[in-house]
Design a binder for this molecule. Sequence first.
Ligand SMILES: Nc1ncnc2c1ncn2[C@@H]1O[C@H](COP(=O)(O)OP(=O)(O)OP(=O)(O)O)[C@@H](O)[C@H]1O
Length: 575
Amino acid sequence: MSAPFFLGKVIDVIYTNPSEDFTDSLTSLCALLSGIFLCGAAANATRVYLMQTAGQRIVKRLRTTMFSSILKQETAFFDKTRTGELINRLSSDTALLGRSVTENLSDGLRAGAQASVGVGMMFFVSPSLAAFVLSIVPPLAVLAVIYGRYLRKLTKMTQDSLADATQLAEERVGNIRTVRAFGQEVAEMEQYTNKVDYVLQLAKKEALARAGFFGATGLSGNLIILSVLYKGGLLMGSAYMTVGELSSFLMYAFWVGISIGGLSSFYSELMKGLGAGGRLWELIERKPQLPFNEGITLDKDTFRGALEFKDIEFAYPTRPETSIFKDFSLSIPAGSVVALVGPSGTGKSTIISLLLRLYDPISGTITVDGFDIRQLNPLWFRKKIGTVSQEPILFSCSIAENIAYGAENPSTVTAEEIQKVAEIANAASFIRGFPKGFDTVVGEKGILLSGGQKQRIAIARALNKYPPLSLPCSLFLTSALDAENEYLVQEALDRLMEGRTVLIIAHRLSTIQNADFVAVLGQGKILECGKHEELLANPNGLFRKLMKKQAFLQNSDTFALDLQSREKDVLKENV
Ligand SMILES: Nc1ncnc2c1ncn2[C@@H]1O[C@H](COP(=O)(O)OP(=O)(O)OP(=O)(O)O)[C@@H](O)[C@H]1O
């Protein structure tokens, strides 16, 4: 900031003092100025480097803090929040905020310092000229406040509608097969175009506001210069100012003008950052409604896996008016296999969600070996539960990595352990058939594999949860089986179920037959409970009706025949 002052001195030396020591004065002033310029350049370079790296570090920290905060949220949070919105916050909002508080802040501070020192120097060089020039600032400040508020609102809207568009794109691209199967590409394109069109409209509004504001600040800067020339010219004419002083003043005024432009850009970016930041802080500071990693853990030797659901009442937080369970009670002794059957939508999968503590019941208790699961550390407890669902989700990495994912500590699982569980899960032979074997990448959600292959990998993954495979204390849950691979999957499941407490959501008779007992769910509670044959023998029983309906629906002759022969057996036994 001292450069204009010394530049003015140089001009005065040249203009007014062609004396003997003229060359010495000029040389020393120029040397001084060179030093000043060098320092300025070094300081600028350091500032840019430090601020950029600090910015990247802030963005990194924002992203990791935010990702960990998202992962800790209770499941009900994800029922209400759109994935695209979270992805957008994680990628675009963090970058916007990071830029806004570092590079932008640094430029803003520089512009602020330059403007205030510039104004100080203007007063130092010529107080009356400075006072005259600065009368232009107050209206500009009012304009800045109005513009800032508007921009902040606009940024929030833009980021929200961008999240909306991201959500749509992510969902449709992720499920391109469904889109294609229904021939909806053109409709999806239109829908996406509409959404980004709205983003464009908002961007245009922002551009218009920016243009107005920048125009106004640019004009003010030029007016400052013009007024300096005018008033300064008058002062010089009356010998109140030297040519050097006017030159210094002009340069300071020019710098102040540029700085005001810089400040307005800083202000715009800051407002945008604050607009994006509001939601980020909300998410980062959000306290999950269910604990993440708190509570007691049970000793490996004492944990057996006896389960008891007692008087459970539950409704999903997103639909509190629709009760799923009333008076639901079910007791599952350790090491037994229970098949849970019931009409569609009665809440079979919800039982698993409650057991995994994805949701808490409104009233009633779920106990494991006599311990209320609310006392247990959910992170620890979930690691004891292996799940295989009807449509297992795999991650887009290798088969080996997917299998290892089930372990307590995936990075420590050896290739031999992976192969061993794959062998037990009847998966090893088809995996070895792939050119890359266990290193085969399965595609997003396991899309490059068949349904049965995915299930067997999911079984291997669940098996891998328990390093000593024969541990009797583990629980295992599964859903309906893929018909095509039924035999192989069933065999793998039978091996997996050995010595474990098992809760099967069963749709197929073959699975139900192997269960120690069957529980029939309906009207929010267990309506029938008992051995498969006993329930089938009850002519008015719900289970029997369900099985008959299922045989009819699946149009499976063998299934229906099996049912008939079982009925005959039961009849014979009764006779
Ligand atoms: N996250 C959710 N938020 C709100 N309601 C839900 C949610 N998940 C499921 N439901 C509702 O809860 C009820 C029970 O669903 P659930 O998936 O447990 O049934 P199910 O017996 O497993 O069905 P199916 O045999 O068809 O798989 C259904 O009416 C369903 O619409």
